[in-house]
Design a protein around this ligand. Sequence first.
Ligand code: HH2
Length: 287
Amino acid sequence: MKIQTRQQVIDCGDRPLLMGILNVTPDSFYDGGAYLDPHAAVDHAIRLVEEGADIIDIGAESTRPGSIPIDSEEECRRLIPVVSEVAKSVSVPISVDTSRGVVAREALAAGAVIVNDVTALRGDSTMVDLVIETGAGLILMHMQGTPKTMQQAPSYQDVVNEIAGFLAERAEYAEKCGVKKSQIILDPGIGFGKVLVHNLDLIARLGVFANLGFPLLVGVSRKGFIGQLTGQPVEARLMGTAAAVALAVEHGANIIRVHDVAAMRDVIKLAAAVKERQNIMAREQHA
Ligand code: HH2
């Protein structure tokens, strides 16, 4: 499977890709405040790439449960100098975690090639035209509600099929507007308007999303559901994250979004190798 992102084509057919997280925010749930200084942010991006990141996802606004939105001027002030410097310093594709068209436009001009829109084009009507005009890659993520309210009372009749239907509809909308299928990546949005059992059901049945025919991104890194199960604070959720990442790979995820690139690179290698053997054995049985 290939993803078209402006001039670059990203191949995510052979092995799952690692997306390293860089939050240029004071309040992200794990790395908030650590990379607000642009030099620290660029150094961290370089480190993530050295550790094996295939993509760097840069965000300047936290979307953790209960977070308050910032305005686009502040988002650009934090984000653009960092995107620009990271783009000069690393050769991997940069994605920008924003749902505002005006911010995405500046980030793409500064060197980003993918827009990571956690509202799946529902947040800003200008976003779709920007993606068409620039040919940027586009991540469409599911979220029930908004970050401020999403964990108050999330509810679904059938979480997996409802979210699969939502993502299929959003992809169809994007394609009808003129976005190419090859530009689109889907993401069920682990932790975005979901209680524990919803997150577990989504991971258990990720195959449903993989079968929608688009590259599948999954973001579990250090999230609250891991803390609920293990009783661990965010700093001690590495092993819980490792288990969730291995399961995501097993169930067909193509891109894994993580804070801990070096550790998860090894987890992915193991899980992907076992999955490959599974596929080979299944083919041999059917031959
Ligand atoms: N998760 C977070 C932010 N952006 N984007 C996608 N596509 N998928 C995700 O699962 C996802 C995301 C939340 O993680 P983080 O960026 O570490 O935290 P914060 O929102 O507090 O900055």
